[in-house]
Design a protein around this ligand. Structure first.
Ligand code: ADP
Ligand code: MG
Length: 695
């Protein structure tokens, strides 16, 4: 990319966005598209044809030769199947072609994606359908069209369809509440999402020498290096030139795709960094985060680096998360989680807050399940990551307001005014005072909630589907209660007092890393699913299935299918890690340490013959030999236990967690000790010091 291109010209230059549509479509077609996006009306074929023509023209001018329906199967990654624009027209000549039909609907032969049993083989193909609310873009010579992926029987096979459904539903219920407050104009309420993305950058040459990183995305071995992250000097520290060059390139690549990458700083662990985009609607945010993860990896390649998105690439160092900043905004841009200037606005704010608190309390288990997968197990409850217990941080000021409502005590607001809901003005809640609790899994940060339990590699769609749907359910209950009330003001006060009283237990402003919190949470009756294997069964708990079915987000089959995929994934990922570990032990570690011990023995023999002392060699050789056998034993046990993996997916998950993960920990303990005893040049792969302090 040229150094001279200016941001305004660069930004979104590879996106067929609203501005471009306005310029390139007839007024009628542009209007039809706009109505489709804002009002949910269908596009007719002639409009689709015109949009397809304009899109193709625009893409070809920018060097595109192919198009693809870009979609998000239930694996959590993105998928694409490229077709060329080229159509033969005889005489060896070709025509660049792309019709409305091809824009609107595609048929990827995607029968190998997991469907959790939703797709019998006879209908294995499924189809993709254009999502006109997310802009098409050009990536590596292909016009990418964001699409939903469904089976012919209409089941959602992807992560976009239910997200769009949940956005519609929370909008519908939120508008009902707004009407009660006299808002007659808002047509839509849109969830807004800003995902902060953490990642590690390491040198590619070193990465290539680690089979565990290549096959599993994380290190399965690695002794604690002499220097860890105890100095905290990396956090917000000066960015090294190689990383700075990467970040500049990444920013520009994201800007081209219309992704407003805004902040960049170093994170707590060495080699760890973060990128945050400016927030946007949940659907776009989700598409863009998928794209961001892909671009991060690609750009790293250009710089001789590898971008690690795993939640816990290095034991003993901070893991990588993804903070999902979430709020609700009206179609005129009003944030419903912003305390307002008038009594009415404040009452509305408190009602949405009450709905959120109740929702997190009612559906703690489901929210936990949306972030449950093996990679995140190594992170949650670990260094600098929230515990596995859901709670909401509100900050002292807002908690005081909630308490005042619970106890009916008029509170001294700033400016010495008494606070009564619907009567007085809330004290201003400055964002800065609320956000400095980094230990909360769900923090109110002034005008949004920050869900911090997400793992860095996961799609943000699951957690946002959950937040939207849970919010929709609570708002539905509130609207059902308030709509028929003769005295709205009174009914509102009764409802808020009741809800805050019943759900106060979910508010926790203290230190989430504290051991004492785990005991207190238990006393409060909050759930604590320490591992994904414990949390995943909650996916299909009766009340959760009922929630999603009631709001038409998932059918019962769809939610069962998703649970099944997550459960199967747990055992599959664990088995890959275990086999990689066994492979590295047998082919790399054991030969290296046994050879090194033999070498020491030779030296001992030679020294002994000359009557020289050989304390160091003798003790080291002995310890290495003992550990070598222990490691060999641990490896054999791991392999044996892998052979006994149950067939049933749920049993396989539990077994993997109880048996395989334990075996792996035992093997690692031996191997990491061996690393410390072995000469650097005999250790078969790069160490933590080399991996973490070389970029
Ligand atoms: P911090 O690191 O303190 O959490 P950042 O500035 O790194 O803060 O990230 C905040 C993220 O929250 C950004 O992606 C930002 O766009 C997003 N955000 C800000 N306001 C809102 C909002 N009202 N709704 C959703 N996301 C928001
Ligand atoms: Mg944050």
């Amino acid at each position: 990319m040229s150094e001279t291109r200016k941001l305004p010209e660069l930004f979104g230059s590879m996106v067929f966005n609203e501005q471009t549509m306005k310029e390139r479509l007839s007024a009628a077609s542009y209007g039809a598209w706009k109505r489709c996006v804002t009002g949910g009306t269908a596009l007719d074929l002639s409009t689709a044809n015109e949009i397809a023509q304009a899109m193709k023209q625009w893409a070809v001018e920018r060097g595109a030769t192919h198009f693809t329906h870009w979609f998000q199967p239930m694996t959590g990654v993105t998928a694409e199947k490229h077709d060329s624009f080229i159509a033969p027209i005889g005489g060896g000549r070709v025509l660049m072609e792309f019709s409305g039909k091809e824009l609107v609907r595609g048929e990827p032969d995607a029968s190998s994606f997991p469907s959790g049993g939703l797709r019998a083989t006879f209908e294995a193909r499924g189809y993709t359908a254009w999502d006109p609310t997310s802009f098409a873009f050009i990536k590596e010579g292909s016009l990418c069209i964001p699409t939903a992926f469904c089976s012919y029987s209409g089941h959602a096979l992807d992560k976009k369809t239910p997200l769009l459904r949940s956005m519609d539903e929370v909008s519908r219920q939120a508008v009902r509440i707004l009407r009660l407050f006299g808002d007659t104009t808002t047509k839509r309420v849109i969830p807004q999402v800003g995902p902060e993305q953490e990642y590690f950058l390491i040198d590619r040459e070193l990465y290539r020498k680690r089979q565990d990183l290549r096959l599993t995305g994380r290190t399965l071995f690695g002794a604690k290096p002499p220097r860890g992250q105890e100095l905290d000097d990396h956090y917000y520290g000066a960015i090294r030139p190689r990383v700075a060059a990467y970040m500049r390139d990444l920013d520009e690549s994201l800007w081209e795709l219309g992704i407003f990458a805004k902040t960049k700083h170093n994170e707590v662990a060495p080699s760890q960094h973060e990128m945050a985009p400016i927030y946007t609607d949940a659907n776009t945010a989700c598409d863009q985060n998928q794209l961001t993860m892909e671009v991060m990896k690609k750009v790293a390649e250009r710089h001789g680096l590898v971008c690690l998105l795993h939640e816990k690439p290095f034991a003993g160092f901070n893991g990588s998360g993804k903070h999902d900043n979430w709020s609700l905004s009206t179609d005129s841009g009003e944030n419903l989680f912003k305390p307002g200037d008038t009594p009415g606005e404040n009452a509305r704010f408190l009602l949405f807050l009450a709905a959120f608190l109740k929702g997190v309390d009612d559906y703690q288990d489901f929210l936990r399940a949306t972030v449950a997968f093996p990679g995140n197990d190594h992170r949650l409850g670990g260094l600098e990551a929230p515990p596995a217990i859901l709670s909401v941080f509100l900050g002292d000021e807002l908690t005081a307001v909630v308490n005042a409502i619970i106890h009916d005590t008029p509170m001294e607001a700033s400016g010495k005014r008494q606070l009564r809901i619907g009567v007085d003005v809330l004290p201003a809640i400055p964002q800065d005072t609320t956000d400095r609790n980094r230990t909360s899994p769900m923090a109110f940060t002034g005008n949004k909630f920050e869900f911090r339990m997400l793992g860095s590699s996961q799609s943000i769609s699951g957690p946002n589907i959950a937040l939207n749907t849970i919010m929709a359910e609570e708002l539905r209950q509130f609207a059902d209660e308030l709509e028929p009330a003769a005295d709205f003001q009174r009914a509102l006060n009764v409802l808020m007092k009741r809800v805050f009283t019943r759900h106060r237990r979910i508010i926790f402003n203290g230190n989430g890393y504290d051991e004492a919190w785990i005991r207190e949470a238990e006393q409060r009756g909050l759930s604590n699913f320490t591992s994904a294997a414990d949390a995943l069964p909650m996916y299909t708990a009766g009340k959760n299935v009922e929630l999603f079915v009631r709001h038409n987000i998932y059918t019962e089959e769809e939610i069962q299918a998703r649970a099944e995929i997550h459960v199967e994934n747990y055992a599959a990922v664990t088995a890959i890690e275990a086999r990689t570990m066994a492979d590295m032990i047998r082919h790399e570690i054991l030969p290296a340490v046994s050879g090194y011990a033999a070498e020491l023995c030779d030296r001992i023999a030679r020294k002994d013959a000359r009557g020289m002392p050989c304390e160091y060699e003798t003790r080291t050789a002995k310890e290495i030999s003992a550990l070598t056998d222990a490691l060999f034993g641990a490896c054999e046990r791991l392999e044996r236990d892998l052979d006994d993996l149950p067939k049933d997916p749920t049993r396989a998950m539990v077994y993997s967690h109880d048996v395989i993960v334990r075996d792996m920990a035992d093997a690692r303990t031996c191997a990491d000790r061996l690393e410390l005893l072995t000469a650097s040049d005999r250790w078969p792969f790069p160490t933590y010091t080399q991996l973490l302090f070389s970029v």
